[in-house]
Design a protein around this ligand. Structure first.
Ligand code: C5P
Length: 309
């Protein structure tokens, strides 16, 4: 009897993102408060009797990946890399339910790659030490280690240094993408001469009792990629304005290199109402009312499980 393995690939949100420097190889040093939402892609898979790896992509955003070669998908690349490093005789049939917009600053591809690593480590019963796994993840992309971690944290370096943070309270958010992909390298290139933010903006022991107190602390930080990104894609400003105008919005900000933005709302009712109202006015936008994942929500959610057929 074969078993189906499943892993959620939650959207990553950069609650703030400061560019603090640049390495000689061109990668930027970042400081970012990263969290994950209940909204995301879902990866499932079954073990094969041979060493083949297959991937099929379903879901509302699958068509946006139809021009990409399946071998270039980050799930495939992650699977092949793990297989080559740790399990040359293992194979898998994988299905990616693609719900998040692609190239959108919420880590879709990186979250999928991290989900693939988690799922295959579980399914192939791989014993890999944390440092080797983190290096392997980083070689797939700067955001893959943080997505593999999957919990609220402070991310520094180019993405490889992760500091665990206290759990966040219940924070209702609305994610909005204006339906246009932006290129991360292009955004970093566009900020060329803007200088750097000082490191050390976030007090890692800080705890919050409400969405409002979190939003208040976040107001002292920002996303250093917003200006270059909105210069390339002005719709980002329309999204930020739409989020901020709705009742209960405590703050609106872009995530990652965009174009997805998030609004933090005081209550989930206000978040739902905002999402509904904005969707009526902007039917072409991708809009997801959701929550920041914390331990309480995780305990009630199926974040990764094995279901025997
Ligand atoms: O690592 P990843 O493939 O996600 O990065 C895509 C591009 O974004 C890099 O080639 C680089 O141009 C830029 N980048 C950067 N600094 C980072 C992350 C990404 O300059 N910390």
């Amino acid at each position: 009897m074969s078993a189906t393995y499943r892993q959620q690939a939650p959207a990553k949100v950069n609650l703030f993102l400061h560019v603090t420097g640049k390495r000689d190889d061109g990668y930027h040093l970042l400081e970012s408060l990263v969290c994950f939402t209940a909204s995301g892609d879902v990866l499932s898979g079954e073990m094969r009797n041979d060493d083949k790896i297959t991937l099929s992509i379903t879901g509302p955003m699958a068509s946006d990946l139809s021009s990409e070669k399946i071998d270039d998908n980050l799930v495939m690349r992650a699977a092949r890399l793990l297989q080559g490093t740790c399990a040359p005789d293992r194979g898998a049939d994988l299905i990616l339910d693609k719900r998040l917009p692609i190239a959108s600053g919420i880590g879709g591809g990186s979250a999928d790659a991290a989900a693939a690593l988690r799922l295959l480590i579980d399914m192939w019963q791989i014993d890999i030490d944390p440092k080797s796994l983190s290096d392997l993840a980083l070689s797939l992309g700067a955001d893959v280690p943080v997505c593999l971690h999957g919990r609220t944290c402070l991310m520094t370096g180019i993405g490889e240094n992760i500091t665990e943070l206290p759990d966040l309270p219940d924070v209702p958010v609305v994610l909005i993408n204006p339906g246009k992909a932006v290129s991360t390298p292009e955004i970093f290139k566009a900020r060329a001469d803007e200088g750097f933010s000082p490191a050390g903006a976030w007090e890692t022991e800080r705890t919050f009792t409400s969405a409002a107190s979190l939003a208040d602390a976040l107001s002292e930080c920002g996303n250093d990629l917003t200006l270059p990104a909105s210069g390339i894609l002005p719709e980002i400003c329309d999204v930020l304005n739409a989020l901020a105008r709705e009742e209960g919005c405590l703050m609106a900000r872009m995530s990652g290199s965009g174009a997805t933005c998030f609004g933090i709302y005081d209550t989930s009712e206000q978040a739902d109402r905002a999402a509904h109202a904005i969707a009526i006015r902007n039917p072409e936008w991708w809009i997801s009312p959701t929550y920041i994942l914390n331990q309480t929500i995780r305990q009630h959610a199926d974040m990764g499980a094995k279901f025997p057929d």
